[in-house]
Design a protein around this ligand. Structure first.
Ligand SMILES: Nc1ncnc2c1ncn2[C@@H]1O[C@H](COP(=O)(O)OP(=O)(O)OP(=O)(O)O)[C@@H](O)[C@H]1O
Ligand SMILES: [Mg+2]
Length: 348
């Protein structure tokens, strides 16, 4: 094909396309990968991708499906359209992608042409929007309840104080401290359901220092737990709402400690990688059932008899408010890892 009498260089067209393109052979090796494809996998050298088995970049649970798919495209000219899968990038990072696989006829062989689009950001935005919607409707409900309950409690507290002035009974002190707990719960409820009310000014935070000091708060619980702190890149500072973030890491560590029974292990990691601070809180506790993972962060979801189910809601709200992401990996009986990523704004 020619434009203005000049031949179109189709190789350049594909090579520089913003859509990722791979060509995969019958033996599952990637025979071609354009620039966008290399960028998607985040490998600095194309040699890390070319002639490698495609399964190297896919999670093990879809290897069989993928192998069968390659055979279907090559032998039965089957077309796979807009399939959503996960891929494994360099350093084990996982990305959500949408791919289309079609047969590509090359001389006397048939290859699989895979066009891939990274939809990780789209998924994160959708998830945030859903959570936000949930929180907005909950926020309206919660604000109403808080308002209704706070008023009578405030008058009870006032009368209690009057009573305390006129007589000295040990029950009165207990009643007052229990009442304060109720006020704190109401305040927490208001905070997680109406995060915009938090008008804390972001400041430069040394997260490593803060993680160390949060751990001190659990000192009495930690005598039977083996704690590993692996805090790297401590020179990288982060702009954020300090109190909200401290509360989030407190909630994560509290959950980890509560999940641990015997010979507990708690690990806290901090490192910096390409514009993001990563914080991992891992425990070897009882783990979370797979069908419950999607409920994490939903207000009031708790498996504990005395839990409010607001701890993780606070964590998710705060991390999302800071433009960060949270992922959870858990195995029953083996433990749980919460992986937080916070963007570092290099220009601030
Ligand atoms: N590290 C963990 N290991 C196992 N389960 C966890 C872990 N973190 C959270 N969970 C599960 O998620 C649920 C919700 O946690 P969340 O912190 O929101 O509430 P909670 O801990 O139950 O109550 P609260 O935080 O008010 O004390 C927990 O009840 C627990 O079932
Ligand atoms: Mg909790």
């Amino acid at each position: 094909m020619k434009i203005n009498g000049k031949r179109i260089d189709f190789h350049q067209l594909v090579e520089n396309s913003l859509n990722s393109v791979w060509l995969v052979g019958k033996d599952r090796r990637i025979l071609y990968c354009n620039k966008a494809g290399q960028q998607l996998l985040n490998h600095p050298s194309i040699d890390d991708i070319l002639n490698k088995n495609i399964n190297l970049f896919l999670p093990p649970d879809i290897h069989d499906f993928c192998n069968q798919g390659i055979m279907d495209v090559i032998e039965n000219q089957k077309v796979f359209e807009r399939m959503e899968i996960k891929i494994i990038k360099n350093h084990g990072e996982i990305a959500d992608v949408e791919l289309t696989a079609i047969p590509c006829y090359f001389e006397d062989t048939v290859l699989v042409q895979v066009n891939i689009q990274d939809i990780t950001e789209k998924r994160i935005t959708e998830k945030r929007l859903k959570e936000r919607e949930k929180l907005i409707s909950l926020g309206q409900l919660a604000a109403g309840i808080v308002h209704e309950v706070k008023n009578p409690l405030t008058s009870v507290k006032g009368f209690l104080q009057l009573l305390k002035e006129s007589q000295d009974h040990p029950y009165l002190v207990t009643m007052e401290s229990e009442l304060d707990k109720a006020f704190e719960t109401l305040q927490n409820l208001l905070q997680v359901s109406k995060p915009d009310l938090q008008s804390e000014t972001p400041i430069l935070i040394d997260l490593c220092k803060e993680l160390n000091s949060i751990l001190l708060l659990f000192q009495e619980r930690l005598y039977s737990i083996e704690v590993t702190m692996d805090l790297r890149d401590s020179n990288v500072r982060f702009y954020g709402k300090k109190n909200l973030l401290l509360k989030s890491f407190f909630n994560l560590i509290k959950n980890a400690i509560e999940a641990i029974t015997y010979s507990g292990k708690l690990k806290i990691e901090h490192y910096y990688h390409s514009g993001w601070i990563h914080i991992m809180v891992s425990d070897n506790g009882h783990g979370i059932p797979e069908d419950k993972l999607m409920l994490l962060g939903t207000p009031f979801y708790s498996s504990k008899p005395d839990g409010t189910g607001l701890g993780l809601t606070q964590v998710y709200t705060t991390i999302h408010e800071h433009g960060g992401t949270i992922s959870v990996q858990s195995e029953i009986g083996k433990g749980t890892t919460f992986h937080i990523q916070l963007p570092v704004d290099e220009n601030r």
